[in-house]
Design a protein around this ligand. Sequence first.
Ligand code: GLA
Length: 368
Amino acid sequence: MRPALGYNTWNDLRCGNWTETDVRAVVDNFEKLGLIAAGYEYINLDDCWQISRDSQGRIVPDPAKFPSGMKALADYVHSKGLKFGLYTDRGTMTCGGRPGSKGYEKIDAEVYASWGVDYLKEDSCYASQVHDVAFMEYGAMRDALNATGRPIYFSLCGWNPWYAPVGATLGNSWRIAGDVNSYPDAIRAMEINEPLAKYAGPGAWNDPDMLVGSSAGTAARMSPAQSRTQFSVWAVMAAPLLIGTTLTQMSAWDLETYTNAEVLAIDQDPLGLQGTRGFQNSLAQVWGRKIQVGSGRGVAVALINNSPATLTVTCNSTCLATFGVPPNVILQARDVWAHAAAPPVNTSVGLSADVGPSGSSMLFVLSA
Ligand code: GLA
């Protein structure tokens, strides 16, 4: 299983007054904008879809927002060949104060399966932060989901790196840090995620949180360059890629970012190896990841400039060696944002490029 590709309501709509009509519009726009063709698959509802429990303990979707019910909405999502995701919390309440799943794991899982849910995000508000308790509670939902017999991608949202060593035993991905609402948040998530690379692999991924776009009209935003950098580095980190920007008014820039097939291929690379950082100083960082290129091997390398002026960023032979690239070799280089060949790289000299300011980046694929 590859890292999930899709959309989530949170960074776009928060806990606002969005309804099934808005979700249907997301689905329709997925088709229109070419996101389905690009490989995006999940339409995930985050917090605030639920309102109460009925007399039998079953979770009740807000009838004002979802008058047709969740099954009908899931059916609509499925009718486009997409998958449907919901959100809950392992505590007594969700972060938005809605009913949580604590003690209701079995009945919730059964209800989700009966609606046709394919993906479940489980948050950690109003819940114990004692590690063993957290693992036990996530284990309860994992078992309940498995018992339904329906394959459901299980996304843990515990905001901490200590989930990584056990994450693969509990779910398909696990949040390793707090929410990413801004570029500094993204840098912090990268910092926390870097030493966790060894815990990621096919079917089980570190989750540095969702994507933040640059389109006007969304709750969370970064600059266009920064949101593209987040996308590039998230791909190098084999992260789930959940779009959180408006689909009704997505900017041409954001659409170009999120439909770049070469970057998506890096994220979805079959080797499933999470990238690492090969260089950093106070101005710049370099991240890289081994990938498959044709029948051979290559490496994806992101050069990031966090200084306020354009800067030459270099991954020298020592930096390249951290990604397994040997010295004294001439490699072909491809600039995946320009969709064009870049000058060949002598690995004893390194890969260098002039990168724009303030969180801009460039992403290359090097191969024999
Ligand atoms: C937490 C999670 C977010 C989002 C909100 C919803 O902050 O980390 O991703 O799900 O709750 O309330």
